[in-house]
Write a protein that binds this ligand. Structure first.
Ligand SMILES: [Cu+2]
Length: 504
């Protein structure tokens, strides 16, 4: 290169350099505040464990263990039990879950980067299956799976150093792996960065999972696992914390206005990816994918199967904040709904008020569907009373029918006919169950007013539910009374309909 060319090239380079620097400063004044490269596993070994051994505090969901508060690496002992047990998956529905620590998701484990974790996995003697554990926070083939294969009545032990900070899923990896995961064998382990996470007022543990039962959604009784539905990725339930209503009503996550809340959210899968969203909140921070960086001001964050995220937000106004998978049929028709309830004074300058109304969250807003559960239990023993059917039907009516026909069955003039004191029902009470199952289309006259619309078939309801809702409607608001049994509902479902709405 001749000297002229060389000096031109140099000048151009200098111009580029200085221009580049200047622009960068202007564009991004916060650059200095960004976290540095953590160095990953190569910098994750913070030396040998110091001090006495620490027994890890494990918590059941939705609780999170306290921060480790440690400034140096330690040897941490974890004792986790595998328990196979029947638990409710929805009201009046049970399922045989396989669990880490007796809950779905499994116990929350919290350690600090650099810790040496001595992991004891015990498989209870009454288990039918062998199990193991693959922790995504482990550096080493299988994440611990090969070292932790444990037959019923046995204990296994392995040790790992937590080299990478982050929020990690753990799960069983015993064949058939999909089945072990589908039965609830997953949980979260938080590996705190050396400096810890910024303090907040409340921390909660929520984990999504998809479930596959032979019966349809809310079909009562004990429901076995359905391998075919699982392979087809057609879940019957999509749930937060392993059972419908785990975090609603009396079990809603409590918080107060003015508090900052942190959610540790995992997705066990086995199949679905979660579009995790909290209705009425914006995440101030999301440590997306459970990693070391946070994004700010996020509405919905994607949580892959076998992945996790941490999110912080501050509560400004009171009310019910609804956690959903925003693949929204999963929320309203498969159970993927939880509630965080903030108590405290209104702040009308920020929000004018009014609770999320019953229409939005339907019967899931209620403390529980206890009456539905009682009715299911009585139906099984063969002594279901009319009162129990009415009580169960009342709870199901809310959110299913009340959206259109209104909470007291009064209807909405010109749009939805009344069910209260309906002369249409009185003329032929049998029609109620038929209309629920097959829908209703075309002109009808109810209490002297004409309607010509379309009620879609409520085919998502089980025979139980149709029977109980019909019985509730027949025995309410001046209607003629009567009773519909589950068997009658099943017959009506099989019969060709006279009322059917289009497309049925
Ligand atoms: Cu297992």
């Amino acid at each position: 290169m001749n000297s002229l060319l060389r000096s031109v090239a140099l000048a151009a380079t200098l111009a580029l350099l200085s221009g580049g620097c200047g622009e960068k400063k202007n564009d991004d004044p916060s650059a200095a505040a960004k976290p540095d490269d953590t160095g990953g596993s190569a910098k994750g070994d913070l030396g040998p464990p110091q001090g006495a051994d620490v027994n890890a505090v494990l918590t059941s969901p939705p609780m999170v263990p306290p921060a480790t508060g440690r400034k140096a690496p330690a040897r941490v002992i974890v004792q986790l039990d595998v328990v196979e047990k029947d638990m409710p998956i929805s009201e009046g529905v049970t399922y045989t879950f396989w669990t880490f620590g007796g809950t779905v998701p499994g116990s929350f484990i919290r350690v600090r980067q650099g810790d040496t974790v001595v992991f004891h996995l015990r498989n209870m003697p009454d288990s039918k299956m062998p199990h193991n554990i693959d922790l995504h926070g482990v550096t080493g083939p299988g994440g611990g799976a090969a070292s932790s294969f444990t037959a019923p009545g046995h204990v296994s032990r392995f040790t790992f150093k937590a080299l990478n900070a982050g929020l990690y899923v753990y799960h069983c990896a015993t064949a058939p792996v999909g089945m072990h995961v589908a039965n609830g064998m997953y949980g979260l382990i938080l590996v705190e960065p050396p400096e810890g996470l910024p303090p907040v007022d409340k921390e909660y543990y929520v984990m999504q999972g998809d479930f596959y039962t032979t019966g349809k959604y809310r079909e009562k009784g004990h429901q076995p696992f359905d391998m075919e539905k699982a392979i087809d990725e057609h879940p019957t339930y999509v749930l937060f914390n392993g059972t419908e209503g785990a975090l609603t009503g009396e079990k809603a996550l409590p918080a107060k206005v003015g508090e900052t809340v942190r959610l540790y959210v995992g997705n066990g899968g086995p199949n679905l990816v979660s579009s995790f969203h909290v209705i009425g909140e914006i995440f101030d921070k999301v440590w997306f994918e459970g990693g070391s960086r946070f994004q700010e001001n996020v509405q919905t964050t994607l949580i892959p199967a076998g992945g996790a995220a941490i999110m912080d937000f501050r509560l400004e106004v009171p009310g019910s904040y609804v956690l959903v998978d925003h693949s929204i049929f999963r929320a309203f028709n498969k159970g993927a709904m939880a509630i965080l309830k903030a108590d405290g004074p209104e702040n009308k300058a920020i929000y004018s008020g009014k609770e999320v109304d019953a229409m939005y969250i339907g019967n899931r807003a209620q403390p529980s569907l206890r009456a539905v559960e009682d009715a299911a239990a009585s139906a099984q023993t063969g002594d279901l009373s009319l009162e129990q059917q009415v009580a169960a039907g009342k709870e199901l009516f809310a959110g299913t029918c009340s959206t259109c026909h209104q909470p007291e069955g009064q209807g909405l003039e010109g749009v939805f006919p009344p069910l209260a004191k309906s002369d249409f029902i009185a003329a032929n009470p049998k029609r109620v169950a038929e209309i629920i199952v097959h829908g209703l289309v075309g002109p009808v006259k109810v209490n002297g007013k004409d309607y010509n619309s379309n009620m879609p078939p409520m085919s998502q309801l089980t025979d139980d539910e149709v029977a109980n809702i019909s019985t509730y409607v027949l025995n309410s608001w001046g209607n003629p009374g009567g009773r519909v049994t589950k068997a009658e509902a099943a017959d009506i479902r099989k019969a060709q309909s006279s009322t059917a709405s289009a497309g049925h």
